[in-house]
Design a binder for this molecule. Structure first.
Ligand code: FAD
Length: 476
């Protein structure tokens, strides 16, 4: 039986009592009651309930745990498995319009990739391969949720910079004991840090000259010394009318501080091995599988944007203008490009030596090159189509006040009454212009890494030889 219902998930996170700091205060008591986290925890809980309501789509029987577990943990072995994963991921994302960038299936998919390919972590006289396999098994058995962190603090990004001051900034191993490694310092960011069961800490490039920076592990979010320092909350209120998206899907981002955290050896799956650190993401197909999830979510988000844009143009009756249709065509093209790239990755999938049916990385890599660049344009299109409607947005309270009749008259649109029109435009504003929406744009730009360096990665990894040969053959 699948272990976790939404309410179980919430009480589990409450009971962890993770050390989460917001607005200069440590959260005491239930984090699920805190205004900054209430909405997102409910939305995450809804995902667990969705799985329990439709087990055929969202669960499978694992031969490792001999139980029913969440779809994200399933090793795809056939093309049909990939199709099923696509459908399940898509339906989960639809429940939040693709706005939960780190729904539990995101990192859980990565845990699956690491767990299945555990042998690449093998080292003589160490248990690193077993450790990551056990983390995978435990995550499956308990339907755990993870945040992950892989970037060092943004102190100095110049080419030659290497942190060597006595005051530690980027998290590093400062001691080894018979129980484990002691980690001190910080990692730049973890979305949902503090509201997941575990934190997956992955090797971060940049400081690799020293062994102390070469490590990977997963630990419970309530491990002593582990602190999550949050940015300010973008939940501006609980009203569904006023803040339709932020009230439900504000994920929060936090700095992760390791204040001499003891990471038990059985939680470490990489240490001091630079070669594994450099190759693990490609060899385990970690990035490919994460992108499979992420591009699916982006498709759902683009469907939402298209639906929103189409509803707006009909509400104020601007569809007859050519430029309006042209702008909608840009959104349609984005959607079809993203869908085609994902389809291509499934169509060209191949079995690897771990017996995993791996989607083709090339189209997924193109999609993650393309979307961070096009997403801000999609947001701009909604802003251009909405005009002042994106700004003149009285609150729910105003509609219930003595001046509501003015609002009903002056804010009506051709095809909707004033209340529904403002409700629609507030949705658009929350996606494009509120603090929640602006963070969404920054998230899509950066969530898989710096787009500039990802572009370099695409060029470097793309097989170009056959096209060069074409030119040589022609010239000769
Ligand atoms: C909303 C949000 C949520 C996130 N969530 C997570 C998360 O859950 N977990 C996680 O681990 N990370 C997360 N990230 C971090 C994300 O991975 C990083 O933002 C991304 O890798 C870029 O790193 P950076 O922010 O340090 O930017 P930088 O690397 O500091 O880049 C800043 C600028 O400098 C340029 N630059 C820097 N170095 C170079 C270089 N070597 N060559 C060329 N140009 C360079 C960049 O192109 C960019 O213009 C999140 C980021 C955001 C914005």
């Amino acid at each position: 039986m699948l272990t976790v219902l939404g309410k179980d998930y919430i009480s589990r996170i409450d009971n962890l009592n993770n050390e989460v700091w917001i607005d200069g205060k440590k959260i005491d008591g239930k984090i699920s009651q805190h205004p900054a986290f209430k909405g997102v925890l409910k939305s995450k809980a809804a995902l667990y309930d969705l799985s329990n309501a439709n087990k055929e789509t969202f669960t499978f029987t694992s031969h490792i745990t001999n139980s029913e577990v969440n779809f994200a943990f399933k090793q795809p072995k056939t093309k049909k498995d990939l199709e099923r994963r696509f459908v399940a991921t898509k339906e989960w994302a639809q429940s939040n319009l693709g706005l939960l960038g780190r729904s539990p299936d995101y990192v859980n998919t990565g845990i699956m990739a690491l767990g299945v390919a555990n042998s690449i972590f093998h080292e003589d006289k160490k248990n690193y391969d077993k450790n990551i396999f056990n983390i995978y098994k435990m995550a499956m058995e308990n339907d755990l949720s993870f945040t992950h962190t892989f970037i060092n603090p943004q102190v100095n990004r110049s080419i030659g910079y290497y942190e060597d001051s006595d005051k530690i900034i980027a998290a590093k191993v400062i001691r080894e004991t018979s129980d484990g490694i002691i980690v001190k310092g910080a990692r730049l960011l973890a979305t949902q840090g503090g509201i997941t069961d575990e934190v997956l800490v992955l090797p971060s490039g940049g400081n690799f000259i020293e062994d102390a920076y070469v490590y990977a592990f997963s630990i419970p979010s309530n491990t002593p010394g582990l602190k999550f320092i949050c940015r300010e909350s973008f939940v501006n209120g609980e009203s569904n009318f006023d803040y339709p998206l932020g009230s439900k899907f504000e994920e929060m981002d936090s700095i992760v501080v390791f204040d001499e955290v003891l990471v038990p050896w059985e939680r470490v799956f990489l240490y001091k091995n630079l070669e594994i650190a450099c190759n693990m993401f490609s060899e385990t197909k970690f990035n490919t599988m994460l992108l499979f999830q992420a591009i699916t979510r982006m498709i759902v988000k683009t469907e939402f944007i298209l639906g929103l844009a189409e509803t707006i143009v009909h509400s104020i009756n601007i569809i007859e203008y050519q430029h309006v249709k042209d702008k909608l065509s840009e959104v349609i093209s984005t959607l079809e490009i993203m869908k085609s790239l994902h389809l291509s990755s499934r169509f060209h999938s191949t079995l690897d030596h771990f017996n995993t049916m791996v989607p083709d990385y090339k189209p997924l890599n193109v999609a993650i090159y393309y979307y961070p660049r096009i997403y801000p344009r999609l947001i701009e299109i909604i802003q251009l189509l909405g005009g002042s409607g994106m700004i003149l947005l009285p609150t729910e309270e105003q509609f219930q006040s003595p001046i509501s009749s003015y609002l009903e008259n002056y804010l009506q649109a051709t095809n909707v009454n004033a209340t529904d029109r403002v409700k629609l435009f507030r949705l658009a504003w929350d996606l494009c212009m509120s603090s929640f929406g602006t963070r969404q744009t920054q998230f899509e730009r950066f969530f898989f890494g710096d787009p500039v360096r990802m572009g370099m990665g695409l060029y470097n990894s793309y097989p170009k030889e056959s096209y060069v040969k074409l030119i040589n053959d022609f010239l000769n």
